[in-house]
Design a protein around this ligand. Structure first.
Ligand code: NAD
Ligand code: LMR
Length: 331
């Protein structure tokens, strides 16, 4: 059997728990690929990973390879094909008496994690490793990791697939459609309330989604607000941030890069800007993406951007520039 080496940080957390079985079961990498898991946690809870290891073993998956537990990223990163960087603090919890409400609070707390992790992956992971940052603030954490990884042949991404799935679900509900009827969903920019889910370039049965929906008021008010604020709505309702849908989106992102993207579709993730759509080079920015048969990812070019969409894209660009400025000491 072929093998794939997958590192997961924060593996004992909520998202980690929802993620591991789906990585190991054959669903993600295929029934002919053994999945070797390197699970990473902070030293205080690394022993809990032994419980995850036992549960994975007890699932009886043919596709489960080795499961190793680490608290040292350098040791965990050796020969890794995929790194899913989930480990970080979520919003909604209280630290030193202060409730962490805003992503800006997370920037200071979580940013530092990604300097060491980026360095370890840059030095030890495979030359063509793909690294998906889930931990918030995902785009800027990925920027820190990518900078310290300093390895151009590796691909750093920050997750916006959850936002794309949320956008598709809202459209499907509104128009009484199947999710699979909705294609080419782009989330421009930051995984934050400034993200811009683009219905002009999304398609429903081959037509522009905004044209099909034909309700600009719903698009600009309800749709936008619901998608942008969905993370908070879930925290408020559940008392904890989204986990099963976040793990699902991470699986979707991995799968999207494992085979050539169908001609009538694309997928959404944040990647290092090369200046496409006038987004400043060097930001980790949500774009429409395609993968080729070798897993190489490229940004879909030449999409029309309306004046309204450009205003929204400028806003989320500015937020990412501000975040970059806030963590300039970490770069
Ligand atoms: P959680 O608190 O349940 O788990 C996080 C885990 O990370 C904990 O077990 C913690 O010990 C571990 N951790 C912390 N620092 C670490 C480090 N340096 N190395 C390894 N592990 C470390 O949180 P969760 O609900 O699993 O969420 C994890 C992150 O994902 C949060 O930042 C959350 O905001 C983010 N998130 C992102 C998206 C997205 O769409 N991008 C969606 C949902 C949640
Ligand atoms: C989400 O979108 O569900 C996560 O990023 C959690 C959050 O803090 O919003």
């Amino acid at each position: 059997m072929k093998e794939v080496n997958v590192l997961v940080t924060g593996a004992a957390g909520q998202i980690g728990y929802a993620l591991l079985t789906r990585l190991a079961s054959g669903e993600t990498f295929g029934s002919d690929v053994k999945v070797n898991l390197n699970l990473v946690e902070v030293p205080q809870v690394v022993s809990r990973l032994e419980g995850s290891r036992m549960e994975l073993e007890d699932c009886g998956f043919n596709t489960l390879g080795t499961v190793k537990n680490f608290s040292d990223m350098n040791e965990a990163s050796g020969d890794v094909d995929w790194a899913l960087l989930v480990g970080s603090i979520p919003r909604g919890i209280t630290i030193n008496g202060k409730k962490i409400e805003e992503r800006a609070d997370l920037l200071k707390i979580n940013g530092g994690i990604f300097t060491e992790q980026g360095k370890a992956l840059g030095e030890n992971a495979k030359a063509d490793a793909k690294i998906l940052v889930v931990g918030n603030p995902a785009n800027t954490n990925a920027l820190i990791g990518c900078t310290h990884g300093n390895n151009e042949s590796q691909t750093w991404m920050a997750m916006t697939a959850l936002d794309a799935n949320r956008a598709k679900a809202q459209v499907a509900n509104k128009c009484n459609l199947e999710i699979s009827d909705i294609k080419k969903m782009t989330i421009w920019g930051n995984h934050s309330p400034t993200m811009y889910p683009d219905l002009d370039n999304a398609e429903i049965k081959g037509e522009s989604a905004s044209g099909w929906i034909n309700d600009q008021n719903w698009i600009e008010s309800d749709f936008l607000r619901i998608v942008q604020q969905r993370g908070k709505a879930i925290i408020d309702a559940r008392g904890a941030s989204s986990a099963t849908s976040a793990a699902n989106a991470a699986i979707d992102t991995v799968k999207a890069t494992l085979s050539e993207t169908p001609a009538d579709d694309w997928f959404s993730s944040a990647v290092l800007s090369d200046g496409s759509y006038n987004v400043p080079k060097g930001l980790i920015f949500g774009f429409p993406l395609k993968a080729d048969a070798n897993g190489k990812i490229s940004i879909v070019q030449d999409l029309p951007i309306s004046e309204y969409a450009q205003e929204k894209i400028d806003l989320t660009t500015q937020e990412l520039l501000d975040e970059k400025n806030d963590i300039k000491d970490l770069l």
